[in-house]
Design a protein around this ligand. Structure first.
Ligand code: NAD
Length: 481
């Protein structure tokens, strides 16, 4: 007897229940061995005053099954509600967002008939840590965090994915010409990890020109791995230019759990009319089957789906005179896929998931920590009482032989000493104090410095320790240096 894999299913809002029914019917007819636990998420839960949109008992199901097939939900308008996706992603540590963006020319209109790109987006770090502060009257801050473990995990995931799915190349996008430490780390780890996969080509693009190339010539890319923000933007761009926003599924993969969903929303205007296209969720279901080790069923479902599309049996969103043969509803579309189980497409490329079963979940291997030494401190001030020269003059006496004022910048531009009158200054100042060359500063010296800055009447809003790691500065040097 084959053992069934427990999965948690949420039918969601709007068109969610209809496309989930269609999806589960197809998976079942194909012989998927699933033991389904159903949970409620979304609007009805939000409306019961649960700001995360998910009940505590539902977490128990997710922690038990570790596999979540999720229909789209409607996020209520207005404040106070948290994004369910972000909550699930962060709580379950789903660090990899995988989104295949494939064109189905000539059945689905696209300017890029050869496009077959998989975007692998880091899902937990970068500017999405949600650490934001208003620091002064004029300035807000959002912290961009890139970690060694986070980066190594996502980059290894991308190379493993390429290897298991017979893909030839992994491309990395960063902006490390500007963000030398954060994006620099991502790029450096990409280069290191690439060495472990000699059979897979690797390349790095600066994200701006890389994004332009991706939008213009997507057929030049295969698997593309990126930090969170670039991946968020470019996975939508890629899905859109493939012409398949309504057809794309995505996976969110973690070390312990995984979530699979369509990339579109709950389309409330189409709800309850047997109109919606279930393809995005069905393809997410295919990714789920591969993940839980049922690759033959995944292959059968995907090929039957391609054949249905190719036979011109289309829901309203894809229906086009001359291309389509029959306009069908959600249920009838699922029936058509079920009828074609065992068949393969004849014009579109068929798929095979043999050999790609399971989802390798790379862990990272910590290296011995570098030797860390504090050599100074950046003290950030909220100050609006004069020019940069006035500030330099007033602040200089707060330094002493242990830590002396070396530089002031405003929005990263050096304004003291020897600033330009032309530089626009806000009320947010970074004041850099350094220990004498070759000397190490102590926390006690920093505390004493802050005491003197306070006594001189300045409003300090934060400090950043300036450290070297094995002698290499762990801080940007500031423009003009
Ligand atoms: P949407 O994706 O729901 O709809 C955009 C357009 O695409 C609409 O015209 C819709 O009719 C059409 N469409 C979408 N999916 C379709 C399908 N399967 N078949 C046929 N047509 C389809 O985006 P929206 O209107 O901006 O958002 C509606 C709701 O969905 C909002 O509450 C939003 O917050 C939510 N949303 C949820 C998720 C999620 O749960 N993962 C993702 C995106 C949006």
């Amino acid at each position: 007897m084959t053992t069934k894999t427990p999965i948690t299913v949420a039918h969601g809002d709007g068109i969610g229940p209809e496309i989930m029914d269609a999806t589960l019917r197809v998976l079942e007819a194909a012989g998927a061995q699933l033991d389904v636990e159903t949970i409620e998420i979304g609007e009805s839960v939000y409306n019961r005053g649960i700001s995360a949109g998910i009940e505590p008992e539902s977490w128990e199901s997710l922690r038990r099954t570790k596999v979540f097939l999720k229909a789209p939900i409607t996020t209520p308008q207005g404040g106070g509600f948290k994004s369910l996706n972000v909550t699930v992603r962060k709580t379950l540590g789903l660090y990899a967002n995988v989104r295949p963006c494939i064109s189905y020319h000539p059945l689905v209109e696209t300017k890029h008939p050869e496009m077959d790109v998989v975007i692998v987006r880091e899902n937990e770090e970068d500017l999405y840590a949600g650490i934001e502060h208003r620091q002064t009257d004029q300035v807000m801050q959002c912290l961009k965090l890139i970690s060694k473990p986070g980066t190594e995990k996502i980059v290894r995931y991308a190379f493993d994915y390429a290897q298991r799915n017979g893909r030839k190349k992994v491309t990395c996008f960063t902006k490390d010409n500007i963000m030398k430490l954060t994006d620099g780390l991502f790029h450096e780890i990409f280069d290191e990890v690439a060495k472990d996969y000699p059979d897979i080509e690797n390349e790095h693009w600066i994200v701006d020109i890389g994004a332009a190339k991706l939008a213009d010539t997507p057929e030049a890319f295969d698997v593309v791995v990126m930090p969170n923000l670039y991946g968020d933007v470019l996975s939508d761009v890629a899905a859109q230019i493939a012409g398949s926003v309504g057809l794309a599924g995505s996976a969110n993969i973690g070390e312990q759990a995984a979530m699979f969903e369509a990339i579109h929303g709950s389309a409330p205007r189409r709800a309850g009319q047997n109109m919606a296209n279930p393809s995005g969720l069905l393809l997410a279901g295919v990714m789920m089957l591969v993940h839980i080790g049922q690759p033959e069923i995944a292959t059968a479902v995907h090929n039957a789906w391609l054949r249905t599309l190719e036979d011109g049996i289309h829901t309203y969103d894809l229906f086009a005179e001359g291309v389509s043969t029959e306009k069908v509803g959600t249920r009838e579309f699922a029936d058509a896929v079920i009828e074609r189980l065992g068949q393969s497409p004849q014009k579109l490329k068929s798929v095979s998931y043999a050999g790609s079963a399971g989802t390798a979940v790379p862990t990272w291997t910590p290296a011995p920590p570098a030797k860390k030494e504090m050599v100074g401190v950046d003290v950030f001030l909220d100050w609006n009482e004069g020019t940069a020269s006035d500030l330099g003059e007033a602040l200089s006496p707060t330094g002493n032989g242990d830590l002396s004022l070396a530089m002031i910048t405003n929005r990263g531009v050096k304004v003291w000493p020897e600033g330009f009158d032309e530089t626009f200054c806000t009320d947010h100042w970074r004041c850099r104090y350094l220990a004498p060359d070759g000397q190490v500063a102590s926390h006690a010296q920093v505390v004493e410095l802050l005491g003197r800055v306070n006594a001189a009447g300045f409003d300090f809003i934060k400090t950043e320790s300036l450290c070297t790691f094995d002698g290499e500065p762990g801080f940007s040097l500031g423009q003009g240096q």
